[in-house]
Design a protein around this ligand. Structure first.
Ligand SMILES: Cc1cc2nc3c(=O)[nH]c(=O)nc-3n(C[C@H](O)[C@H](O)[C@H](O)COP(=O)(O)OP(=O)(O)OC[C@H]3O[C@@H](n4cnc5c(N)ncnc54)[C@H](O)[C@@H]3O)c2cc1C
Length: 469
């Protein structure tokens, strides 16, 4: 095995180490990556292990707060934990993992700029998460918006508010209808929370427009199965449906999006309409870069693991020095034999901590322990003062108490004290001053105005005609 810090060319993390200290390479600086790195560093000093995290983004995102960031209740910057502050005494490489050759203990990293390079390691932690599970629906790739990262949450908020701005200055009824129709595809937790929060924000914003009637806003949910929120029981799922219907949200269950070319939505139940906003929240799949690795994967593309979070072949043979957890891993659920832990933050952050503890044990020649966590429940926000929750499998909570529970639970789970305090400050200010309803649409193309200013103005028609005479 290569004992230098990395193969050439050298990555930008300072001088190569003579590997007297084992190197732990963590792929992904998300929930699993951040928690496992911090726990490992807590257990092991710099003389015991060098820790390197690789991620294309300089921050970890706490996804459960994305719907509130899209609704303007929380500043989007506060739902992320910057690696530079959260990962003390840990090296961070910014780039995408593009191949994993565990047999050689090498990972290929493709930085945003510059040539790909390889990094060697002694122990590998895979926390590469998931990507949106899309389908080859005509038009979807061109007009759909995902809801899987903070940039998309900001873009969605700006887009929705911008549609209301544009509709308020248009008298063409067809165009207005198209601008004010918002479709969400997927009725899981992420989809329902995104829909409910954005709808609440949009109706609130529309009150400030004299020329837009709140009733003109049309929100549509499309869900393939016969129910929503599979994470809670049928009763709470039914209650949520009822609440959404009371808010005039149009719901199509057991229905699929068949096409959305140029925003012309066609559903499998023969309903057709035009919409300028189509949000895709129909589930996730494991990070596809794992197919460019020699790690064992199951049929769904997840890295197969033992309950100790050690990577193992399907027959249970441990792959030495490799660990995995979170959305990209098939971690056996010891409370539900034969099943795997669901892809959620509740498991990912606990698995991250457990993995850090186990690797520290192994490095101290102790035995790893099995990860076991009983689901504490599910909490969802459905807009300001509205929510739904199911705790410990039995306790059902609705409305305002569930909304408070959602906020309390997630603010405790949010990493770093700095972010917890900032989020609580955001909530307090939006309670006092109401939430911000301005769209900064030009953020998505900040150079547009400067480009236009740099070009000569076309001559007015009279002067142009005179020149050609
Ligand atoms: C909108 C939304 C709402 C959610 N709400 C809830 C909720 O209310 N409750 C709950 O329990 N769960 C919720 N979840 C799910 C939960 O957030 C995830 O299950 C959890 O974050 C998974 O953690 P992870 O570490 O496996 O992946 P992530 O946290 O996604 O981390 C993966 C990391 O890998 C990085 N990465 C990706 N590709 C590469 C690459 N090629 N090279 C290097 N790095 C790479 C990413 O940038 C990311 O930082 C929600 C998810 C979403 C999208």
């Amino acid at each position: 095995m290569d004992t230098t810090a990395q193969t050439s060319p050298a990555p930008p993390t300072g001088t190569p180490r003579s590997r007297k200290v084992p190197r732990v390479l963590i792929l992904g600086g998300g929930t699993v990556g951040l928690y496992s790195a911090r726990r490992l560093r807590k257990r092991l000093g710099k003389q015991d292990a060098a820790i390197v995290v690789v991620d294309p983004r300089p921050y970890m995102t706490y996804y459960p707060f994305l719907p509130e960031a899209a609704a303007g209740s929380i500043d989007p910057r506060n739902v992320v934990a910057p690696h530079r502050r959260a990962l003390k005494n840990i090296d961070v490489l910014y780039g995408k993992v593009s191949a994993i050759r565990h047999a050689d203990r090498k990972v290929e990293i493709t930085p945003q700029e510059g040539a790909p390079y390889e990094v060697t390691y002694d122990h590998l932690i895979v926390g590469l998460g998931s990507v949106a599970r899309t389908l080859p629906i005509p038009g979807l790739a061109d007009v759909g918006i995902g809801f899987k990262n903070v940039e998309e949450a900001i873009a969605l908020r700006n887009h929705v508010l911008n549609r209301i701005d544009l509709a308020s200055s248009t008298w063409d009824p067809e165009l207005r209808r198209k601008m004010l129709t918002f479709v969400f595809v997927g009725g899981g937790f992420a989809g329902i929370e995104a829909l409910a929060e954005v709808e609440d924000m949009a109706r609130d914003a529309a009150k400030y427009y004299a020329s837009v009637d709140v009733g003109e806003l049309r929100f549509v949910l499309v869900e393939g199965s016969r129910r929503i929120l599979p994470e809670v029981n049928e009763e709470l799922g039914g209650y949520t449906l009822e609440q959404l219907r009371k808010r005039n949200i149009e719901i199509h269950l057991s229905t699929f999006l068949t096409s959305c070319i140029d925003g012309h939505v066609v559903l499998s139940n023969a309903v057709e309409f035009d919409a300028e906003t189509i949000v895709w929240t129909a589930g996730v799949r494991p990070n596809p870069v794992l197919t460019r690795s020699d790690l064992p994967l199951d049929k769904l593309g997840r890295v197969t693991c033992l309950p100790t979070l050690q990577v193992a072949a399907e027959d249970g043979t441990v792959v030495p020095d490799a660990w995995a957890a979170g959305d990209c891993a098939a971690v056996p659920d010891l409370y539900n034999p034969g099943q795997f832990c669901p892809p959620n933050a509740q498991h990912a952050l606990r698995e991250g901590n457990h993995l850090g503890d186990n690797l520290a044990r192994i490095l101290r020649s102790a035995e790893p322990t099995e990860y076991k966590h009983k689901n504490v429940g599910a909490v969802a926000s459905l807009g300001m003062y509205k929510g739904v929750a199911q705790m410990f499998g039995r306790v059902k909570v609705r409305g305002f108490p569930a909304w408070v529970l959602h906020r309390t639970y997630h603010v405790f789970a949010m990493p770093t004290l700095n972010r917890k305090v900032r989020i609580m400050a955001d909530w307090t200010s939006s309670l006092i001053f109401r939430r911000e309803v301005v769209a900064l649409g030009s953020l998505h193309d900040p150079r547009a105005e400067f480009r236009a200013a740099s070009l000569p103005l076309p001559l007015p028609p009279v002067e142009r005609d005179a020149r050609t005479d």
